[in-house]
Design a protein around this ligand. Structure first.
Ligand code: GLN
Ligand code: ZN
Length: 759
């Protein structure tokens, strides 16, 4: 019989219970015991829910109080010296110190570095290793959670991050190579496997997502060595899980590893099934990732069943499992509760719970159970409805995308020429000062927004409140002597949601939370249909703010790639197509801003870099359409209108050509934390347009003084021609308080003025 085996479940809880429990513990409002208790309740609830919706096998040890990579590091005692004594004396506090730093009781422990988990919006903590690292088991989390599941009557398969991916995702602080630590690490994995078997685990899932990346020969050898050792460890049977892409040229390697089961992602790479079946060893079980673990749409069950049947025909039902493509960590829990959505749309969605239900139907169908028929029929009807829906397909939108001519993706005049015309109009001093857009979102603002949303504050009063905030912000910038002003973005809760709510084709859930890192969750919008802009979105705020000052007021929009990247997107058309639709909708806004007299318009693309595909071979195609979309949004303005963009990171080496091709008149980037070193890419490329390297680290409440900022500016000036330089912070100021913001901006303006007067 084909079975339903899940690879991982969201930890955070339907109502973000884990977030609340963890934060209560951090605040000191809950004890460690209370936190552990709530965590246990969630685990039990989630196992129960998965079995009830049709999972034969549920994952355990997929739960984490903060992050599973951090858990793995702690489990194997890969703990940097600085945390050790705290971890010994207070394990939970030590654990969270590694996750987020600790500054209490005279301690000052910085956190581990955090980075994105493959191409998801989940962030993991990067383990810090060193050459003579030793490993040992610290605690028994995987075993304890297995026993907990077993005793609760769940049929659980422990999940571990595999040893090779664990090392490849870590970094060595002394410049040595993590993979060299494999021989030291494997005996401890082996020891853990034995303990799991003793506790009664029949299988263990070893996640090795690095198998879908470009691998060098050393990594390939590491896989061979690791699995030769682990399969002889005397532990449970091993399921090797790969996901987020095709195995591609790494298939022979993956299939040769002497494990008992292999999981492959057939959502991102359905075409690999035949090759996988050809390569699979006869004794090896195959787990088919046929339901999208990265998106929220119902599966085309007929197609998926056909795929599973074709596998069953070749290797038989008994060697098959059906599963989501990857852990369900990346989707929310329950779509049926989204009663705020139009019923039809809700019927198109599958969150974690519905996805397991889909897998059940598929397995039943493949196993020949007649009961699956009715559900398949319902799924077919829903899919038909979605395919034909007028809510989704709007011919006028498709026509606009199809009608974009190459001319519309290019500014009419080269930068050198148009920048002079812009200067004639704007009359800016050398080293113009500006900010990135948002000003402090105070508790007062959040309270007013909540009151407005709850209906306690009427629309007119809310608008008046926001106008007063804007006026105060404009006045503050004038007093500071900033050259290009912003309105402050007080009307926005979130830079994507604010626009999504005003565009056709976007929907918003109530509880569609997904963990981003630790206790931080995001509620990505759902792009379900063709995107258009029914009415101006920001013009009213920008023109109001402009009316308050004679200095130029910068219009402020979120770019098409960032809108796409931070949403759940359609799976019925290429991402590029959806992005072009958003780009055109935003172009309408750019044109309206320009027509309303706004002379500078910033289109933020902080997510451009994170959209890079996992394999380098796919980068060119992505960057091609991403840049094109930015240009669709921005290129139609006249020569005298100045286009800015903003990206809050500083690693530009890989993408500098694409960034230059965006052809923004001015780009602001994050550089203060790297002390300008990361301007390198711009220097080497001889980036031709204007650049504002951030000189104020807005991630910290610390106020840098003028000397510090002048120093950074001098550094920038030593590599970038003075007439190309702007002066600004690293990013928006929304998370800062007013007092520190004013002090820092005052110093920033002083630094720019000093430079102008040649000091
Ligand atoms: N304009 C936005 C702001 O200032 C940009 C935010 C971002 O880059 N993430 O808040
Ligand atoms: Zn930013």
């Amino acid at each position: 019989m084909t079975t339903v085996c899940n690879l991982g479940f969201p930890r955070i809880g339907l109502r973000r219970e884990l977030k609340k429990a963890v934060e209560a513990y951090w605040r000191g409002d809950a004890t460690a015991a209370q936190l552990h208790d709530q965590a246990r309740t969630l685990r039990l609830r989630h196992w129960q829910l998965q079995h009830a919706t049709g999972a034969d096998v549920v994952p355990c040890n997929d739960f984490s109080l903060y992050d599973h990579v951090l858990d793995t590091a702690v489990l194997f005692d890969a703990v940097p010296q600085r945390y050790r004594s705290l971890l010994e004396s207070d394990p939970l506090r030590g654990y969270f110190a590694m996750a987020r730093g600790d500054q209490r009781d005279g301690l000052d422990l910085p956190a581990l570095e955090m980075t994105k988990w493959f191409d998801t919006n989940y962030h993991y903590l990067v383990p810090e290793l060193e050459a003579r690292q030793s490993f040992r088991l610290r605690g028994d989390k995987p075993v304890a959670e297995f026993i907990e599941a077993r005793d609760a009557g769940a049929k659980a398969r422990p999940v571990l991050l595999g040893p090779v991916s664990f090392l490849l995702l870590s970094k060595c602080v002394d410049g040595s190579r993590p993979l060299e630590l494999l021989p030291a690490l494997l005996p401890v994995y082996a020891q853990l496997l034995v303990a799991l078997r003793r506790a009664g685990a029949e299988w263990v899932q070893l996640d090795e997502p690095c198998l879908v990346l470009d691998l060098d020969e050393d990594a390939a050898q590491a896989f061979q060595h690791a699995y030769a050792v682990l399969t002889k460890a005397g532990g449970p049977k091993l399921l090797l899980a790969t996901y987020f892409g095709p195995l591609g040229p790494r298939l022979p390697l993956a299939a040769s590893l002497p494990v008992d089961g292999l999981h492959v992602d057939l959502v991102r790479a359905p075409e690999q099934l035949d090759a996988v079946l050809d390569a699979l060893r006869v004794e090896c079980v195959l787990s088919l990732g046929v339901v999208d673990g990265r998106n929220i749409w119902r599966t085309d069950l007929d197609r998926a069943v056909t795929l599973v049947r074709s596998a069953a025909d070749r290797i038989g039902n008994d060697r098959l499992q059906v599963a989501p493509s990857c852990s369900l960590l990346h989707v929310p829990i329950d779509a049926s509760l989204e009663t705020g959505l139009a019923g039809e749309l809700r019927g198109w969605l599958a969150f974690a719970r519905e996805k397991i239900g889909e897998l059940r139907v598929m397995a039943d169908a493949v196993n020949g159970l007649a009961s699956a028929g009715a559900t398949l029929e319902l799924a077919r009807e829903r899919l038909q409805a979605r395919r034909g829906s007028r809510r989704v397909h709007r011919p006028e939108v498709a026509a606009r995308v199809a009608g974009v001519s190459p001319d519309e993706t290019r500014r009419a005049t080269p930068y050198a020429q148009r920048s002079r015309l812009q200067q004639d109009r704007l009359q800016l001093p050398p080293f113009p000062t500006t900010t990135i857009g948002s000003f402090p979102q105070t508790p007062e603002i959040r309270k007013a927004r909540a009151a407005f949303r709850a209906g306690r504050l009427d629309g007119a009063a809310y608008e008046a409140f926001l106008e007063a905030q804007t006026a105060r912000c404009v006045e503050a910038q004038e007093r500071l002597g900033i050259d290009v002003l912003v309105h402050g973005e007080f009307e926005r809760n979130d830079m994507v949601e604010y626009f999504g709510e005003q565009l056709e084709g976007f929907a918003f859930t109530r509880n569609g939370w997904v963990q981003s890192y630790g206790s931080r969750c995001v509620k990505p919008p759902i792009i379900y249909g063709d995107v258009s802009r029914p009415a101006p979105m920001t013009v009213r705020w920008s023109t109001h703010a402009q009316s308050l000052t004679r200095r130029p007021m910068k219009g402020m929009l979120t770019g098409p790639v960032t809108m796409l990247q931070w949403s759940f997107v359609r799976d019925d058309q290429p991402r590029a197509e959806t992005c072009r639709q958003i780009a055109i909708a935003l172009r309408d806004e750019v044109e309206d801003l320009e027509a309303a007299g706004i002379g500078i318009i910033q289109v933020d693309e902080p997510a451009l870099r994170e959209g890079l595909p996992l394999l380098r071979q796919d980068w060119g195609e992505y960057l091609g359409w991403a840049v094109e979309c930015f240009r669709i949004t921005t290129a139609s303005v006249g020569d005298c209108t100045q286009i800015h963009t903003h990206m809050c990171y500083s690693e530009f080496n890989d993408i500098i050509e694409a960034v230059a091709a965006m052809d923004a008149d001015v780009i602001s980037i994050e550089t203060s934390r790297s002390r300008m070193e990361l301007l390198d890419a711009f220097v080497r490329f001889r980036y031709p347009n204007a650049i504002g390297p951030g000189i104020y680290d807005i991630h910290s409440p610390r106020v840098p003084d003028r000397r510090e900022m002048s120093e950074l500016l001098r550094k920038a000036m030593s590599v970038i021609p003075a007439d190309q330089l702007w002066v600004n912070p690293d990013c928006g100021l929304k998370t800062r308080g007013w007092t520190e913001t004013m002090a820092a901006l005052e110093a920033m303006v002083a630094a720019a003025r000093a430079l102008r007067s040649g000091q």
